[in-house]
Design a protein around this ligand. Structure first.
Ligand code: B4P
Length: 190
């Protein structure tokens, strides 16, 4: 199973991917986690990404594509993967298609988690308190939601037009949302 998880910041992509990887027995690839690991290790790439992420902007497509190519070339992704946080714009969507075509692969479903902005702001305020992530400040969250509307929402429309989109209500308990995703994947595309 090759799954792409889409949704606004705070919609539960990372949270649900952590559960889905156990259920589907495939690796969870979070571009946000890959970037945060570079930042924590203080690599040149991490130093470049740090400020961009704290502001809530998108890190450059070239950096992301390089990281993704490396990760998808690893043996453990042969049987599938859950991609969380990529693609975030139409250029990244095209790059993903090309990358998978080069590997002789296609993804099985793009799942969009839908959560209203009020709930998103409350969730990320909670995470800011619990984990102190620099991009969960109120200013950064507002900006990330604008970036999502401007750059990432067109990716959702693109997959919808191509019949590859599955929409899931992301509001509810972690178990409820998880069950909806699993059922939606089983049912296939909407
Ligand atoms: P990400 O790491 O992808 O951050 P995110 O959008 O906030 O999602 P995340 O998966 O972490 O949170 P979740 O909704 O699960 O990206 C961070 C930054 O990295 C980006 O802003 C960008 O700068 C950069 N980046 C990453 N990918 C990129 C790309 N492809 N191109 C360019 N730049 C890129 O969880 C949020 C909170 O909600 C948690 O506290 C969780 O506990 C809570 N929650 C989840 N589900 C819930 C539920 N059902 N009910 C209540 N709370 C819930």
């Amino acid at each position: 199973m090759r799954l792409v998880l889409l949704g606004a910041p705070g919609s539960g992509k990372g949270t649900q991917a952590t559960r889905l990887k156990e259920h589907l027995q495939v690796p969870h690839i979070s571009t946000g986690d890959l970037l945060r690991a570079e930042v924590a290790a203080g690599t040149p790439l991490g130093l470049q990404a740090k400020e961009v992420m704290a502001r809530g902007d998108l890190v450059s497509d070239d950096i992301l594509l390089g990281m993704l190519k490396d990760r998808l070339s690893r043996e453990d992704t042969r049987a599938g993967f859950i991609l969380d946080g990529y693609p975030r714009n139409l250029e990244q969507a095209a790059a993903l298609d090309a990358l998978l075509a080069g590997l002789g692969q296609k993804f099985d479903a793009a799942v969009q988690l839908v959560v209203d902005n009020e709930q998103i702001i409350a969730r990320l305020a909670g995470r800011a308190k619990a984990e102190g992530r620099s991009d969960d400040s109120p200013e950064s969250v507002r900006h990330r939601l604008n970036v999502y509307d401007e750059k990432t929402a067109p990716v959702v429309d693109f997959y919808r037009q191509h019949g590859q989109l599955t929409v899931v209500d992301g509001v509810g308990t972690l178990d409820e949302v998880f069950t909806r995703i699993v059922e939606a994947i089983q049912r296939g595309h909407e």
